[in-house]
Design a protein around this ligand. Structure first.
Ligand code: PLP
Length: 387
């Protein structure tokens, strides 16, 4: 019985051709035409002017925060329900996450809870600095996470950002190519960060990118992520980072970008087939998909009813024994050892949700026959476990 993986890369001759070109032309390092091409194309499809390609999405987030002057003594507003990399990027910058809950119908940052906390738990210094009253730390930015490739409520967060003069750095790691109310997502945040990790919709093997319009931030991001080099004479004006993407990675990324539209259509079809197949079950519900924004449908699967806590893990184990890679989803940041001390708002939705999610195979190269096998196995497993 063949193993069906959860989310793997989808390579073709186009990626191989581009890679061969890197070898033939001897452009394998961080200088090369594919890097510039990928930056131009990803910026354009995000609706903004500029992009800086990095070695990872985490690095993109780190550089975005750094360029906005966020560092030691600062707090960054973040939903606890995210991949730990969002919090790690904040920690790498020297700051600390301030953890909030999510909305149940999008699994993204709850603007109402953030609004209430900003109103009742912050004060302003005479110079205008916004402070978290209890910790005395400066509240420096909002980092919404576009969970499953679906944007957060950017209208509501935009109002807060304006009112409190906070920049928005979006963790759009898995949200390449989506829109919010018809607007490409690069325009609804100050800086937007993508990941090209192997399990994302398009991959460079590994990689990331910051996109945005704002000068001097974008120029700064390019500078500090390229060792803050000011001349070829080993002259550097700041503590820099060696974070840039290589031409080899970008070669894969350019070929993947050509195929993005097809990948997005496939991801949506996979989601729709799972939703249709499980719609008759009253023990499970579907992943959210708000109507006013598009999504990459990065992962698909189902949510178990509220009474079933360790059941998701049991279902995954059973499916894995049938040759189907199924996994539970993110363990929230407030429950992770390195972030135990982070200021944390109540996590009613997150705490009730995270152990009830099962993610299922959803690679863009998943065949309909394989998906039918997954669906059959899920139905059998739910019966076997009396779920
Ligand atoms: C994948 C991911 C990241 C990290 O990207 P890397 O390229 O793995 O560093 C960050 N945030 C979220 C929400 C992700 O899904």
């Amino acid at each position: 019985m063949r193993h069906i993986p959860l989310a793997i890369p989808n390579m073709s001759d186009a990626e191989a051709t581009n890679l061969q070109k890197c070898i033939t032309d001897n452009f394998v390092s961080s200088v090369g035409p594919f890097v510039t091409e990928l930056e131009t194309r990803i910026a354009a499809l995000s609706g903004v002017k500029d992009g800086v390609a990095m070695g990872a999405g985490t690095q993109a987030l780190h550089m975005a925060l750094h360029a906005l002057g966020i560092g030691r003594g600062d707090l960054v507003i973040l939903p606890s329900f995210t991949f730990i990399a969002s919090a790690n990027a904040i920690a790498h910058s020297g700051a600390q996450p301030w953890l909030f809950d999510i909305e149940i119908d999008s699994w993204t940052l709850d603007p109402a809870q953030v609004a209430e906390a900003l109103r009742s738990e912050t004060t302003r210094d005479s110079d205008g600095t916004l402070r978290h009253t209890i910790s005395g730390k400066r509240v420096a930015a909002i980092m919404p996470v576009y969970t499953l490739g679906t944007p957060a409520d950017m209208d509501a967060l935009g109002v807060l950002a304006k009112q409190y003069k906070l920049p928005i750095v979006a963790d759009a790691a898995a949200a390449i190519g989506v829109t919010y109310k018809g607007v490409p997502i690069g325009r609804v945040a100050n800086l937007t960060c993508y990941s090209f990790n192997g399990n994302k919709t398009i991959t460079c093997g590994g990689g990331g990118m910051v996109v945005g319009d704002g000068e001097p931030a974008m120029r700064d991001i390019r500078h500090i992520s390229t060792t803050a080099r000011v001349s070829p004479n080993y002259d550097h004006d700041r503590v820099g980072y060696n974070y840039r993407m290589t031409n080899v990675q970008a070669a894969i990324g350019c070929a993947q970008t050509d195929r993005l539209e097809g990948f997005l259509a496939t991801k949506q079809a996979i989601r729709e087939r799972y939703d249709a197949a499980f719609s008759g079950l009253n023990s499970v519900t579907r992943f959210p998909s708000p109507h006013d924004r598009t999504s990459t449908y990065w992962f698909s699967g189902f949510v178990l009813g509220s009474r079933s806590k360790s059941l998701a893990a049991k279902i995954c184990k059973q499916l894995n024994s049938k040759g189907i890679e199924a996994r539970t989803f993110w363990k929230p940041v407030h429950l992770q050892v390195p972030y135990a001390d982070a200021p944390t708002a109540s996590q009613t939705v997150t705490d009730a949700l995270w152990q009830r999610i099962v993610t299922l195979p959803c690679s863009t190269n998943l065949t309909e026959a394989d998906q039918a096998r997954v669906i059959k196995a899920v139905h059998e497993t739910l019966i076997e476990l009396d779920a």
